[in-house]
Design a binder for this molecule. Sequence first.
Ligand SMILES: Nc1ncnc2c1ncn2[C@@H]1O[C@H](COP(=O)(O)OP(=O)(O)O)[C@@H](O)[C@H]1O
Ligand SMILES: [Mg+2]
Length: 261
Amino acid sequence: MAKIISLVNQKGGVGKTTTSINLAAALGKEGKKTLLIDLDPQGNASNGLGLNNSDFENDIYDVITGTCPIKDAIIKTKFKNLSIIPATINLAGIDVEFVKKMLEDTTFRQNEQLRNALAEIKDKYDFIIIDCQPSLGISTMNALVASNSVLIPVQCEYYALEGITQLLNSIILVQNNMNPDLRIEGVLLTMLDGRTNIGLEIIEEVRKCFKSKVFNTIIPRLVRLVEAPSHGKPISDYDPTSRATLAYQNLAKEVISRNGD
Ligand SMILES: Nc1ncnc2c1ncn2[C@@H]1O[C@H](COP(=O)(O)OP(=O)(O)O)[C@@H](O)[C@H]1O
Ligand SMILES: [Mg+2]
């Protein structure tokens, strides 16, 4: 049975998508059957693995609105043990679509559609990684309800923890109402610039706040991670000897060793 991990932070630009792609690819390389779900209408995770809209017929919007069975939206990538369900701008319409559905049918559960869809396939994977959009709206709520745990990327910058209280409150809301077993997988420090002191200060602050929940692995700020998606590759294929490849490999090992906690 897959462990389902959502990458959530309503702040944009903190490394959710970069981590989703590269953690999913690294888990695949570690021999784990992995499915990456792009749950952001920007489709950056899909593009980052080399997919264009013309390459597929169905996307995650079709899945959670019930227009296509989930198995028909899964695309095998050329990377080891890695499949993806892509997203397109269609997903931006989900809030309106679900309000309409609730007006037509008062029993419709707008936050449970992804969980229901994943139930059909989760025994086929070891890990399902969900790349959320920078909001705590309906699509992210679907991810939280469907997941076993949440991985929170935090950028090593001023205001790193801005908005975290709101995020933790959303997690508690979901735990209290729809998914009592939802856990915090861990907090991941991203984009550390080793040449500045501010990075080290943030590390200390985040560790004080989240203690052992903070991953030992810290993702360095490296330009190779910015380049890789434009070549449609995870970092491990774009630059196998990069420090970034090693960092994501270490993160994957930590995630595997936490599995079952
Ligand atoms: N470790 C890193 N080093 C350098 N640039 C990074 C790193 N992680 C992410 N980036 C860049 O920062 C920007 C935001 O990252 P992204 O993963 O898209 O964040 P999010 O999905 O949270 O919005 C992107 O341009 C990405 O290439
Ligand atoms: Mg993103």
